[in-house]
Design a protein. Structure first.
Length: 79
């Protein structure tokens, strides 16, 4: 569920930034934490892209959850 939520949170980016914008998986060493508790990472090694199918499945999982979930798109862009 956590991974699905993270993918859902940013699913609006290909529409806002560029169609080729997509999530990817990497390995690295956590060096610190930011103000929103996000990890600051060094020694990053890209491992691969996350497929559109996985992102679609993640969005389906989240939209089927009770309550109102929204992406991090704050500009009113429809989901």
């Amino acid at each position: 569920m956590w991974v699905a939520r993270r993918l859902y949170d940013y699913c609006h980016l290909p529409r806002l930034k560029a169609p080729r914008t997509r999530p990817w998986l990497w390995h690295g060493r956590e060096a610190a934490r930011g103000p929103d508790n996000e990890p600051f990472v060094t020694d990053v090694e890209p491992l691969g892209w996350i497929s559109d199918r996985v992102t679609t499945e993640a969005c389906d999982i989240i939209t089927e959850q009770p309550g109102r979930w929204g992406t991090l798109a704050r500009d009113g862009t429809p989901r």
